[in-house]
Design a protein. Sequence first.
Lengths: 273, 229, 244
Amino acid sequence: MSFLPLKERSFTIKIMSEKIYKLLQQGKRIDERSPYEFRKITMQTNVVEKANGSALVSVGSTRILTGIKVELGTPYSDRPNEGVFSVNAELLPLASKSFEPGPPDERGIELARVVDRCIREGKAIDLEKLCIIPGKMVYVLYIDIYVLDYDGNYFDPSVMSAMAALATCTIPKYSATGERVEGENIKVPIRDVPLSATLGIIRDRLLVDPCLVEEESLDTSIVVCLDSASNVVAIQKNSPGHIPFSLMESIINVAEEQISKIRAQFKEVVGVG
Amino acid sequence: MPIYFNDREIVLPGQLLSDDSRRAGEGTYVMDGKVYAATVGAATIRDGKVEVITFRGPYKPAAGDMIIGVVSDIKPIGVEVDLGGHVTALLKVKNVKELASLDLKVGDVVYARVSSSGLKGVLLELNEQFKKINEGVLLRMTPTKIPRLIGKRGSMINMLKKITGCNIMVGTNGFVIVNGPSPAKEFAAISAIRLIEREAHSQGLTDKVMAYLSKLVGGEVSHDTGDKA
Amino acid sequence: MTQVIKPKLIDENGIRLDGRGPTDLRPLRIEVSVLEKSDGSAYVELGKTKVYAAVYGPKEAHPKHLAIPDRAILNCRYHMTSFSTDERKTLGMTRREIELSKVIREALESVVFLEEFPRSAIDVFVEVVQADGGTRTAGLTAASLALADAGIPMRELIAAVAVGKVNGTIILDPSDIEDKYGEADMPIGVAPESNTIVLLQLNGKMTKDEFRHGLELARMGIQKIYQAQREALRRKYGASTTEV
């Protein structure tokens, strides 16, 4: 069952859609960016000491805080040698007048599940290294994403902050017999860093990293997540509307180009990429 | 009248401003015969009253205001127009025929005069000043900064229009429309407006904006814009 | 079964676990206008406790039939992120968060001029990003700043702090461990200009003298917090008028 979130039953402001498209035809955007340009990205890690790992990422004015808590648990019965992780996301009412307090609505759940797929299919975490005693004791990672401020595009900074939090996450060390090795911590074993780019489509035009005002005028949008070898590890068309088949090639190419730029910045700030 | 602040001093809610409770103006409140600041703003005396010019705050509709709004609903009684914040105004129509002749749809932007604001809500007037806006960028600004954007007798806004060559419509409710001959000129106007919003309460703003714009737009900039702040 | 060993929270010289004396506040950092999209916002850091507050409003009250004809409805939500505490907090609102939302809301209602905005709503959101004791008082301190930042007319700011009791000594601003293993925790919210209490709770046991002493200690701490609030507002809003 899917109900359009209450606040999203809002209308598009026609003159803005028209202006945005007109500017795009001239290769410009309403905030003076070029069509394939991301807003300024900043990343900070270890911002919440009580969390095992944390990262605060801004893309323009959109700000996402991810924290990771680690516990011990039992593995899934069909994967006895692997650690476990789960991703949750909340669109905090702090962030936008269109986010209502309450349990995550379909947008928050979609965000969590897509980020989960990015990490899982992107094989970001070496889950076998998170196993302590096969079949009995493994690390359980809770990756919790909070949108603090929303100016369009919560997907990309969510993936970035989840990955940055994972890459700097420390967990208590356990021996092969399940004993805590006092005073010793290890890092979460990272194999790859999947990152994403969100593209917006207006008629025949593409833009990257839509800000809020653009989001309100898009025909549709799509999130593309790639690993470091540019394999596609997750895709989500996250809006109603049509994508012409002919545009898909550009979408993947533009995503690849922009993600590699983000990857370079990620590597510089976080240390892995 | 005894006052406890310097002109244009930044005051905070709860700050004592004056002992004369008869002279309490906007942004203040009276308690036990004394006048206190109710908001964060610049304290001053205007028309003999102690007033706090609030830095940021909601729009308070008043009859005579020219507003820009977004059509949010169309009903037989008239057109509902969103003015931002908690204010939805109503443009009443006489009959369905008049409604149809307006040719308005949800999402359209209009410019209109507030005819009244009170128990019946905010009502807009359908007179010769009423306009449907067909093109442009819609910006939202804090309503409290709008007077600064307009300037004394329109000095700031006219300077902006002249230098950028853009048509700029300003709503008292904080909505602004910018429409220009080229994206570069529109961007120049928009960033100048954002500059004014950020620095609304500083001195010498007109000169600063002029200097900023002349760099963006290039070429000669004349200084005959009347009053300077 | 493992024994819970209660740590010694204060020594013979009155030095607490983190090196503070009984009347010391933790390092305090306050910023206003920290978030873009809300109408007003603030951030408060008190030791390791980190709290955001954001205000949306006044806005249309939804649903309309709940709107009050002669004033605004003030809504408040106090919420903690899952990673803010030592043990991961489950998602969703706990009973504690619901209770704290209520007492914070009631404190704020005491100072906001709700009559200025009939039929509307003012939403206040407090989000605790890291919890190390004193989260509701830091939240209330931040919320009142966020309201001021939004330009919502109010009688005055509210400054809040907690006092506790460890090993028989009344202390100012207990940290999480002092709260957990201490004998009492008393959060207090004050309107400093009128010198009135707008939030007051006690969890634990105090003698009447200890209670009086706790109130006095709180008043001292409140003055420091109020000072920091005013400085934060002036830093944000004062800068623009110093140019000539």
